[in-house]
Write a protein that binds this ligand. Structure first.
Ligand code: SF4
Length: 222
């Protein structure tokens, strides 16, 4: 997300210090307008640059940094048939600190809490069984439709933000993304309404390599 993308290269260094072997980076799933303002969709160049820096830093310090597809490799308007499917609800379990049990690291909500139910109860509960039935169909829930992990065209930018057309229009009006067909949309739902902001350009001092915007120092410990 916009608030912390600058920290990714330094996180890689921290991971090396802690003996972590690999980091997997995913885009934040924006489920509402507030979160959408934090979407890297509106900071595409900066996002790509920091992810590339993190990968390079990882190679330097011995941490494998797995990043999602970069914006520059995606298409603004790609639509069409699903290019992948999601198997998360059938083979993944994530347990959070409070016992909430999740079936993916995408946008699906917890489907139970392992402090209050057995694993068997969780894994076979009705909501989860229903999700498995519709996950890769047009009836998939909205959080899956807005998820770039599965379901639809992974190459489409903005996959992980809600009301994508609205945000694309707003982004185009801000000049942070390419033109969109829905020009009427751009007028009706412009940046003034959504109060979107451009990303501040990356500011660095030539000698120190210090990022002044976030007080982040890019250096290795070795
Ligand atoms: S499509 Fe995304 S949100 Fe839906 S279950 Fe799969 S990973 Fe989770």
């Amino acid at each position: 997300m916009k608030a912390n993308i600058k920290e990714l290269p330094a996180l890689t260094v921290m991971a090396a210090d802690l003996g972590v072997q690999a980091i997997r980076v995913i885009y934040m799933m924006a489920h509402n307008e507030e979160l959408a303002k934090q979407s890297l969709y509106f900071c595409q160049e900066q996002s790509d640059a920091y992810m590339a820096k993190a990968v390079a830093m990882g190679e330097k310090v011995g941490v494998e940094v797995k990043v999602p597809g970069l914006f520059r490799d995606t298409d603004e308007t790609a639509q069409g048939e699903p290019q992948s499917s999601c198997a998360g609800p059938g083979h993944f379990l994530g347990v959070e600190h409070n016992g909430d049990a999740k079936i993916c690291c995408g946008g699906a909500p917890p489907f139970g809490n392992l402090n209050t139910m057995s694993f068997r109860e969780f894994w076979s509960n009705k909501k989860l069984r229903n999700l498995r039935r519709v996950i890769n169909t047009p009836d998939q829930p909205t959080y899956c439709k807005n998820c770039y992990h599965g379901g639809h065209n992974l190459k489409r930018r903005g996959k992980h933000i809600p009301r994508e057309a609205d945000y694309r229009a707003a982004a185009a009006a801000l000049g942070v993304a390419g033109p969109v067909e829905e020009s009427a949309h751009a007028t009706a739902i412009g940046p003034k309404v959504l109060r979107l902001e451009r990303c501040a350009p990356e500011r660095r001092t030539a000698k120190s390599g210090k990022d002044q915007g976030s007080n982040l120092t890019l250096s290795t410990s070795s």
